[in-house]
Write a protein that binds this ligand. Structure first.
Ligand SMILES: [Zn+2]
Length: 564
C-alpha cells in the first residue's frame, strides 16, 4: 500500500480494512478452516457468517469473494487462492463493490420473494468474467419465509459456478434447512487486549503518539469491533491535534468518567449516602460524562468487585497498581456477594432505562437512588418498624389485663398478633389471672407435649375461673383433659373442672397465629414502601415479617417464616 502515502488522508477504518485473511485479526479459526478447504479444493457452495455487529462479516464476505475470483497480478491464476493478490482486476473491482459477478444484497431492505427470484434467475447463467458468481446476502435472517423457500431449491443443487455467502447477526432466525446447507463460521468478538495491541501497531505505522491507557479505553469502547476501534482511533487522533494522545483525552472524547470518581459514587451509594452520590454524578455529568457510560462503568465496577470476592487476584477494570485497585479491594471486602448481585440487577435495569430515556441523566439519577435505597434497606425489618410506629397499626398490649375482665378466650386477631408470649414459666398463678388459653399455655414448659397440644389441637369453647370447656381435635391425645386438669391444679393450687365439647369453640392458637400472620403480611404488603419494593423487584414476595420493637416490651411473637 505504498501508493497511499501520496494520497490525502484516508480514514483508518478504510485504509486498514483488511484486504486478505492475514488482515483479519482475531479470526484464526475461520482462516485455518478456509485455508484447508482452499488447499484441498473442497470449497463449500454456501457460507454462513455470523457474529455481532461490527465484527467484520461483510469484510470477510468480500475477502472470500476475492479469494474465489483472484486471477493474480499477472492474470494467470486458474484456481481460488487463500491469498488474493489485491491487484488484479477482480480483486480491485470486488473491493470497490463494482464487480458484475459479485452481487451484494442487503436482506434488511430486500426481503421479498421477488428479490430472491431475481437471484434465482441469474444463477442459471455463467459468470460474465469472473470464475464464480458470488451472491453476498447480508442480514439474511430478514428474508421472508417464501424467499427462504425459493432460495432453498437453489441451495440444494447449486450450479458449480455459483457461491453464496450469507451474513447474519441473528443466526437463530435462519431456518435449519438453510443452515444445514452452509459452511458456518462464527466470527468472534476481538478481545480488548488483542484489539489494543493491534491498535498499537497501527499507531506506530501512522506515527501517532498514544498512551497505552488510551488504547485500552478505545479497545474497550469498541466492544470487540475492529472497525469501531479504528473509527475511534481516528477521532482520538483528531482530538489530539498532533500531541501525545492521553487516556484523559480519550476519556473526554468518549464521554467516560474517571474511574476513581465512579468508584466514589458506587461506594457512597452502597453506604446509602444518596445525596453525596448524586452530587458526584452531577459533577461528572457537567464535566461531559455520558450517563450511559457512567451506568456502564458502575456495572463494570460491580462486576469487578464481585469477581474480587470470588477470585481475589482478579484484574481488570481497575489497574493492579493503582490506588483505585486497593480501594476497590477494601470495598469488596465490606460488601456481600448478595448485595453486589442485587446492585448488578438494579444497575442493569437502570442501564436499559438510561438508554431508552428521553432524558438519560434523570433515568441515571433514578437508578442510583434506587440502588442507594436498596443498599440501605434491610427492607422488611425497616418496613415493619414503620408499620409499628404508625399509631393505626395494632399496638403491643403489654399492660396487665384488668382482673376478672374478659374470661372468654375469643381473642381478636389483632390482639393475638401483637401479644407477647412469655418464654419463662411462672411457678404459680392465681386462678383469676387465667383469662384465656394463652395464659394456660404460658404456664406450660416450652416445647412440652401439653403446650404443643394446647396450641395446635385445642379449640377453646368456654373459660371461667375454675372451669374450662374445650374441644380437642382429632390429633389431640385422649389424656389431654386429664393432663390439663393436673396442670391447672398444680399451677393455681385450686381444683378445675375440664369438660370436653363436641363442637364449637375458637380457632386453635396455631390457626389464630396463622390468620394473624396472613393479615399482617397483607397489611405489610399494602405499606407504600413495601409496595414500592415489590413493584421494583418483580417476583419478590414477603417471606417474613419481624418486629423491631424493644425486646423488653414484647418478645418476637409470630415467628412468621415462610412455609415454603
Ligand atoms: Zn487478485
Amino acid at each position: 500500500m505504498a501508493n497511499n502515502s501520496a494520497q490525502p488522508y484516508r480514514v483508518l477504518a478504510r485504509k486498514y480494512r483488511p484486504s486478505d485473511f492475514t488482515g483479519l485479526i482475531g479470526q484464526e479459526a475461520l482462516v485455518r478452516t478456509l485455508s484447508n478447504a482452499f488447499a484441498t479444493g473442497r470449497i463449500a457452495h454456501a457460507f454462513m457468517l455470523t457474529g455481532v455487529r461490527g465484527v467484520g462479516k461483510t469484510t470477510t464476505a468480500r475477502i472470500i469473494a476475492r479469494a474465489l475470483n483472484c486471477i493474480g497480478p499477472d492474470g494467470k491464476r486458474h484456481d481460488p487462492t487463500i491469498h488474493p493478490c489485491g491487484q488484479c482486476e477482480p480483486c480491485v473491482s470486488i473491493s470497490e463493490s463494482r464487480n458484475v459477478d459479485v452481487q451484494e444484497m442487503d436482506a434488511a431492505s430486500r426481503t421479498g420473494i421477488d428479490d430472491i427470484r431475481e437471484i434465482i434467475e441469474g444463477v442459471r447463467y455463467a459468470p460474465v468474467a469472473a470464475r464464480y458468481k458470488v451472491y453476498i446476502i447480508d442480514e439474511v435472517h430478514m428474508l421472508s419465509k417464501q424467499a427462504f423457500n425459493g432460495l432453498l431449491k437453489t441451495l440444494e443443487e447449486p450450479p458449480p459456478h455459483v457461491k453464496f455467502i450469507f451474513a447474519t447477526t441473528e443466526i437463530r432466525k435462519v431456518p435449519v434447512t438453510v443452515l444445514s446447507r452452509c459452511q458456518r463460521f462464527d466470527l468472534r468478538r476481538i478481545d480488548s487486549a488483542e484489539l489494543a495491541a493491534y491498535l498499537a501497531t497501527l499507531a506506530e505505522k501512522e506515527k501517532v503518539g498514544i498512551e497505552d491507557g488510551a488504547l485500552a479505553l478505545i479497545a474497550r469502547a469498541a466492544e470487540g469491533s475492529a472497525r469501531d476501534s479504528l473509527s475511534l482511533l481516528d477521532q482520538a487522533i483528531a482530538h489530539g491535534e498532533g500531541e501525545m494522545i492521553t487516556a484523559d483525552t480519550v476519556r473526554q472524547m468518549l464521554g467516560l468518567a474517571d474511574r476513581g470518581r465512579v468508584l466514589d459514587i458506587f461506594e457512597k451509594l452502597m453506604g446509602g449516602k444518596v445525596a453525596e452520590a448524586l452530587n458526584d454524578l452531577t459533577g461528572l455529568y457537567d464535566a461531559g460524562a455520558d450517563p450511559l457510560a457512567i451506568m456502564q462503568d458502575l456495572l463494570e465496577t460491580t462486576h469487578f468487585l464481585t469477581r474480587l470476592k470470588v477470585a481475589p487476584a482478579a484484574q481488570g477494570f481497575f489497574d493492579g497498581g493503582s490506588g483505585e485497585a486497593r480501594r476497590a479491594a477494601e470495598l469488596a471486602a465490606k460488601l456481600s456477594v448478595a448485595s453486589l448481585t442485587r446492585a448488578w440487577q438494579i444497575l442493569l435495569k437502570g442501564l436499559f432505562e438510561v438508554r431508552d430515556a428521553t432524558r438519560p441523566i434523570s433515568a441515571c439519577e433514578m437508578a442510583l437512588i434506587r440502588l442507594a435505597y436498596a443498599a440501605e434497606l434491610p427492607p422488611t425489618d425497616k418496613l415493619v418498624k414503620d408499620l409499628l410506629d404508625n399509631p393505626s397499626a395494632p399496638r403491643p398490649s403489654s399492660s396487665p389485663p384488668p382482673a376478672g375482665g374478659g374470661t372468654r378466650a375469643t381473642a381478636r386477631v389483632g390482639e393475638v398478633a401483637t401479644r407477647s408470649m412469655p418464654q419463662s414459666v411462672p411457678e404459680s398463678a392465681p386462678t383469676a389471672s387465667i383469662r384465656n388459653l394463652e395464659d394456660i399455655v404460658a404456664l406450660c414448659e416450652p416445647r412440652s407435649e401439653l403446650r404443643v397440644n394446647l396450641e395446635h389441637n385445642v379449640h377453646l369453647v368456654h373459660l371461667e375461673p375454675g372451669r374450662i370447656e374445650i374441644r380437642p381435635n382429632a390429633r389431640a391425645p385422649r389424656t389431654l383433659a386429664n393432663d390439663l386438669q393436673t396442670k391447672l391444679r398444680a399451677a393455681t393450687g385450686e381444683r378445675w373442672t375440664v369438660s370436653i365439647a363436641s363442637q364449637g369453640g375458637a380457632p386453635t392458637l396455631a390457626e389464630q397465629k396463622q390468620a394473624a400472620k396472613s393479615a399482617r403480611f397483607e397489611a405489610v404488603a399494602q405499606e407504600p414502601l413495601v409496595r414500592a419494593v415489590l413493584d421494583r423487584f418483580p417476583g419478590a414476595e414477603i417471606v417474613a415479617v419481624r418486629d423491631m420493637i424493644a425486646p423488653d416490651v414484647a418478645a418476637p411473637m409470630a415467628e412468621s417464616d415462610s412455609e415454603s
